[in-house]
Design a protein. Sequence first.
Length: 163
Amino acid sequence: MKTGKLTVLALVTALAMVLSFIESQIPAFVAVPGVKVGLANIAVVFALYKLGWKAAGAVSLVRVFTVSLLFGSVMSLFYSAAGAVLSLIGMALLKKTERFSCVAVSVAGGVLHNVGQIAMACVLLETNIIKYYLPVLILTGTIAGIVVGIAGGELVKRIKIKE
């Protein structure tokens, strides 16, 4: 990896961590537990489009681990990691087809992040009852994915990276 690309990767990772911290300071705007916009995913979407899926995975996983260590717990690490991995896989596959917009890719990522978290909750809590919470999270994941996709798409259009 060239020095310029590595520098951009470091900056994007730092941005993801800062956005996670900022979002953790914003009071919940809905009464549904666990609902967030996922501002840090703006950085992940940008990395996916500008640096590739491996770099986006690095940004996502480094952010999940560092934010969980700094501001979360072991349990939040499990939930976040499950969501982040499933989200990244889905976004990378959709982007690879070149048939979907940045917003559509982001929406898929938002929904899959919630699916991953619910799946992890079912495993850790040893119950399937929590799956009934999924429709609410799919709706909120769709809305969050639209917001993140618009912001990420604008960054992708406006920021040029020298090869």
